[in-house]
Write a protein that binds this ligand. Structure first.
Ligand code: ADP
Ligand code: MG
Length: 387
């Protein structure tokens, strides 16, 4: 689960990771009140959306006086911000973070995340901060340092020194940097973060170390033990179909652009099904995993969600009947189709427990559902449907 920068900074404050002074604003008037409270210019206006690269897209502006500030606040609030991470459709800006402008001496990159390959935590850091870290990783990987930490031992002073020396932290800022990094690491672990990224972490002219940007992502599987963090969830920033699907415990993943919706039981089957769709000349736009024991109600809702996407030109249902029996699936699909109607061709391939009963239910429904004998047949029928 992602959160906004202003929320991430609230968590940073709680964990004693220094951030600039400031606060969130939902209107231009509120923004002005925050700027007045800050009391001195420059003041920074920052669009709050769940995507990075805002600076380059015009979503972060430094105002040198009150009139410039008002202009920027009006400009950014309500704009559709397009960045590398939002996709071409962009995101509507509904809130701003208003912050004191800092006297930046140097911008660094710092992140903390679990590393799957080593089963450790890793601190990644670079002196090339404020830039596209993917580009640094590609062109000059030697400029990124990595410090691995055994989560059972926790962060030790030598880890801190390794990071600090690797970043050439000046002596007067060393103590602050070490305290900040230790607190940041402990926050990553205690909050079950799947990533904390600070780009840039700045050294100010006064030798202070401050997190200027904050991107925090949480492991969704651990959210049950962080009720306070779940409060930060912003449904405005999530795909509406994914939000809808999560209400029924369905795993729905939107994949961007495409023309074929698919319903499967199991993520592995989803991968195979998507290969099959590609082979048939289609493009999967999503996949909906109904899981092992889906009820007729879940299938009905899943089907409704798949059909609600106008780009979907055909639906492929590929179910391996194990725990989820074929007759139950067939009932779910028939119920759904009767309720919401069939908007696009629906091809069903199922196999496994109670297959004959399932087929009978589909055949007797009187609905125009396309039955496929096997996966190959399903691909051919899908090809015909999207042509
Ligand atoms: P994004 O990564 O989405 O572009 P950032 O928060 O990293 O947004 O801001 C982009 C750039 O704007 C920073 O690299 C920094 O140069 C400048 N900036 C952001 N906040 C401040 C601030 N409080 N004071 C001075 N400059 C800032
Ligand atoms: Mg940034």
């Amino acid at each position: 689960m992602k959160i906004h920068e202003y929320q991430a900074k609230e968590l940073f404050r709680k964990h004693n990771v220094p951030v600039p002074e400031g606060s969130v604003a939902f209107s231009v008037d509120e923004a002005k009140a925050v700027a007045e409270k800050l009391g001195a210019y420059p003041v920074v206006v920052k669009a709050q959306i769940h995507a990075g690269g805002r600076g380059k897209g015009g979503g972060v502006k430094v105002a040198k006086d009150a009139s410039e500030f008002e202009k920027y606040a009006k400009e950014i609030l309500g704009m559709t911000l397009v960045t590398k991470q939002t996709g071409p459709e962009g995101k509507l800006v509904k809130k701003l973070l208003i912050e004191q402008g800092l006297n930046i001496a140097k911008e660094l990159y710092l992140s903390v995340l679990p590393d799957r390959a080593t089963a450790k935590m890793v601190i990644m850091a670079s002196e090339e901060g404020g830039m596209d870290i993917e580009e640094v990783a590609e062109k000059t990987p030697e400029k990124i340092i990595k410090v691995y930490i055994d989560p059972l031992l926790g962060i030790q002073p030598y880890h801190l020194r390794e990071a600090a020396f690797g970043l050439n932290i000046p002596a007067p800022a060393m103590k602050q940097f070490n305290a900040m990094l230790k607190n940041l690491y402990n926050m990553a672990v205690s909050c079950d973060c799947s990533m904390i990224e600070i780009n840039p972490l700045v050294l100010t002219a006064e030798d202070n170390v401050i997190a200027l940007d904050a991107k925090v992502d949480f492991d969704s599987n651990a959210l049950y033990r962080h009720k306070d963090i779940v409060e930060y969830r912003d449904l405005d920033e999530e795909d509406p179909n994914e939000v809808e699907a999560s209400k029924f415990d369905l795993n729905y993943i939107h994949l961007g652009s495409g023309n074929v919706g698919n319903m499967v039981n199991g993520a592995g089957l989803a991968m195979a099904t998507m290969d099959c769709i590609k082979l048939a000349g289609g493009n999967p736009i999503n996949f909906l995993d109904v899981g092992g024991g889906a009820s007729a109600e879940q299938i009905e809702n899943g089907f409704r969600i798949l059909q609600s996407d106008d780009s979907v030109k055909a639906i492929l249902i590929n179910i391996f009947g194990g725990i989820l029996r074929c007759d139950r699936l067939a009932n779910g699909v028939v119920q759904a189709a009767e309720k919401v109607g069939l908007k696009v061709p629906v091809i069903i391939r199922m196999e496994g427990t109670n297959l004959e009963e399932g087929k009978k239910i589909l055949a007797e429904s009187g609905l125009e559902l396309i039955n496929a004998a096997d996966l190959k047949d399903a691909a051919e029928k899908l090809k015909a449907a999207i042509q």
